[in-house]
Design a protein around this ligand. Structure first.
Ligand code: PLP
Length: 282
């Protein structure tokens, strides 16, 4: 067992000692897709949802990955089970188009590669609000695919850190899309509103669960785009991701926001945490 486990095409070891071949197309082109989720009691949360999105991303990038869902589950479980105990682990995996000499077109007869790691993780307390910075969304129009090409998100997150913020909220013109590595939703007049799943956002698993939990709890939902002005005037703002679940927001660009519908916000956060605990119980 290791504290952090690395995996590459069936080989496992301590993450810091693992090496990958120089020909992996992930290194040159970001030519691959990834997924990540939290693990409690060695049970990966919402794994089927992540595998659904993984196979969809592979299909959209035309990566001919042949392994089925049962094989994927067994392989990821091996990585989880090789980790030392921790209350929560973080599981990450990526599939690239394969290893071959660098050349833009797809290689022929090359097997995709699977890489993964597991490390101890601490979830942020949901009652500690996020500070956001707003930035123009400079990403390409394949944001619905969870590709490895993350440079605009890396730069946006760096700007957030430099401004003492937790995340960057991105907009195309006035339209809010999502955050650098999270989706964003608002509560306004008792309705949960979030951007539709088009090519401008990643269809987040946490976003999907939040919408379902809202409906189950009598909160109407609305999947139409909203503007920066509507964001600034929202009753509450919720940032969702697999690594931090549902975080509330207290400021954007240093201006106080939200704080006007704590009851519904707390109901959704509690419902989410309960779902996480129920579905990862031993
Ligand atoms: N949007 C982007 C751009 C992301 O990178 C992520 C997570 O990595 C999300 C949204 C949240 O998705 P999920 O809830 O599936 O983690």
């Amino acid at each position: 067992m290791w504290k952090t486990v690395g995996y590459y095409n069936g080989e496992m070891g301590p993450l810091e000692e693992m090496k990958v071949p120089m020909g992996d197309r992930a290194l040159y082109f970001g030519d691959g897709i990834y997924e990540a989720t939290c693990v409690a009691n060695r049970v990966p949360f919402a794994l089927d949802d992540h595998l659904d999105r993984m196979y969809n991303s592979l299909r959209l990038l035309e990566i001919p990955f042949k392994k089925d869902r049962d094989w994927m589950k067994a392989e990821l479980q091996k990585v989880i089970d090789a980790a030392e105990d921790s209350p929560i682990h973080f599981l990450y995996w990526q599939i690239s188009r394969g290893v071959c000499p660098r050349n833009h077109p797809f290689p022929k007869d090359v097997e995709p590669t699977l890489m993964a790691y597991v490390k101890p993780h601490t979830m942020k307390p949901m009652d500690k609000p996020y500070k956001l910075i707003s930035l123009e969304d400079t990403r390409f129009k394949l944001c619905n695919i969870k590709t490895l090409n993350l440079i605009p998100s890396v730069l946006a997150n760096q700007r957030a850190v430099e401004h003492g913020c937790d995340e960057a909220v991105l907009h195309r013109g006035s339209r809010v899309t999502e955050c650098a590595h999270s989706n964003i939703s608002i509560l306004k007049d008792g309705v949960l509103r979030t951007a539709p799943t088009d090519e401008l956002i990643l269809p987040g698993i946490t976003r999907k669960h939040l919408l379902a939990l809202a409906r189950e709890n009598g909160i109407p939902t609305d999947e139409t785009p909203f503007s920066m002005v509507e964001l600034m005037n929202a009753d509450e703002i919720i940032v969702t991701s697999s690594s931090a679940l549902c975080m509330m927001v207290e400021s954007i660009d240093g201006i106080p926001v939200g704080g006007k519908d704590r009851k519904r916000l707390k109901l959704l956060q509690d419902a989410y945490l309960a779902k996480f605990q129920r579905e990862t119980a031993k």
